[in-house]
Design a protein. Structure first.
Length: 134
């Protein structure tokens, strides 16, 4: 009996619970990055480069750098995760990343965000964080 009630609850939540997560496009990622970095630096910023990072068929995050060595921001590619995955107020990102520790963390983010996307998890727990970055 308990299993049946549990399954009914899961079905109900799957059909009616939560908010639908959305993939984050390049424009939204840049908007979030500029708003975040402007908040951090209290300065006008211009995007230098946007490196979409893919895993499988999906863009799972964006690495966005700013002109004049005003830092960089890693923005998630799915709004069911936290928006800002990492940032620096100064410097820039290299064209290629050959640091094994950094690549290990990046690979972890890729697989986690891909999992969220593949399983269509809702964004109820994170949507306020994304709205704060608008």
């Amino acid at each position: 009996m308990r299993l049946r009630n549990y399954l009914k609850l899961l079905l109900f939540l799957a059909l009616f619970g939560g908010l639908n997560a959305r993939l984050v496009d390049e424009q939204k990622a840049e908007e979030v990055a500029i708003n975040w970095q402007t908040y951090q630096l209290r300065d006008d910023l211009t995007i230098d480069k946007n490196f979409p990072i893919e895993y499988g068929k999906n863009t799972v995050l964006y690495a966005i750098t700013f002109e004049e060595n005003k830092g960089f921001v890693f923005v998630s590619g799915n709004d069911a995760t936290i928006p800002i995955l990492g940032y620096s107020r100064t410097g820039t990102l290299p064209e290629t990343w050959d640091n094994p520790e950094f690549n290990s963390v990046l690979d972890w983010y890729k697989t986690e965000i891909d999992y969220v996307t593949a399983h269509d998890l809702d964004n109820e727990a994170t949507i306020d964080l994304w709205n704060d970055c608008d």
